[in-house]
Design a protein around this ligand. Sequence first.
Ligand code: NAD
Ligand code: ZN
Length: 354
Amino acid sequence: MKLTTNYNDNNYDIFVEYNVLNKDYDFNYYDKRIALIDESVYRLHQQKIDLFLNKHSIFKLLIPGGEQVKTMHHYSTVVEKLLSMHVTRHSCLFAIGGGATGDFTGFVAATLLRGIHFIQVPTTILAHDASIGGKTGINASSGKNLIGAFKRPDMVLYDLDFLETLSQSEKLSGFAEIIKHVLLNANGHISKSETLLEIMHDVKDEVCLSELHAIDKWITFGIQTKMKVVHDDEFESGVRKFLNFGHTFGHAIEFHHKLPHGIAVMHGMIYALLLSDVTESDIMSLMRWMHRLGLKKLAYDNFDIYYELMRQDKKNEANEINFVLYYENNGYKVEQVDVKRLRKAFERLRKLEG
Ligand code: NAD
Ligand code: ZN
């Protein structure tokens, strides 16, 4: 399946398929081709990756797996290494790995020589989100993704064969962002969990998820939703903010409980719905389905801990905490929520999930 972005210029193709790496591409336009590869992914898929690299004369640079690469230290090491290899503005980096590898490589590509080319080769379900939309970045010691740039890739090669080696929790984490995209799309009946469950009936439990039932369809759906939103608002002044649904509380949970991103966002979406005008029985059936998919109950800590973490979120303005909320009649809305309301919803969440 080939999707293409719909900007006025600089559009790029997104190929989503099994074994898409093995198809024919012409990368001769680029004077140097260098792949930055998550070392864990390389270990698991060496044969497949080497075949691709050899076929297109792409040089290989292994980088630390996952989130740990998104630091100033690794940024500086990799940039110096690339400069010593005499890259030019006609060179191209290939990001082979999950969202962290894509964010890191994209940021290197955005800043090196004021911008060189890059191609995303995502290897996680979650990266259906991260590889689209052009946000790149690394972490600062004071917070996630605080150093970054907007940079569109030249192409996205999404080879679904990679997904088979994901752990069950990485599958669930990635699928959470797909659920978010479906919720954002199902505007008008988000709260009717029945409807949502009907739409997503082919992934009814943990076994379906582990066997990656219909995953190509859901990844394509997620990409199309994200493409539409970022097309309408590339630089996040309007509707792109809705993509933050579930993330304000989710980020606090992710940080405090050290959970995979999407799993934290699942808890965050339930919390955001509790702040919205959705009925408790609808929220309950959504939550029960998430538990059937493998979401574990969380032993919540004191509200004040999460509150402090939410206050640090960079999406806030003027010290108020911003939430993406859903209203039956008006759809999504970004709203400042005061501490009293936050605390009350938290107590309900603790009761529901407990
Ligand atoms: P990740 O890259 O950290 O991958 C998660 C883990 O899975 C890592 O340990 C990695 O080594 C491993 N892994 C990757 N592919 C694998 C495979 N095929 N088989 C087995 N293991 C594999 O992260 P992610 O979950 O893909 O994405 C999260 C990152 O994406 C975060 O850094 C987040 O900030 C970023 N993100 C960015 C955007 C954006 O718009 N730029 C959007 C969402 C998330
Ligand atoms: Zn997310």
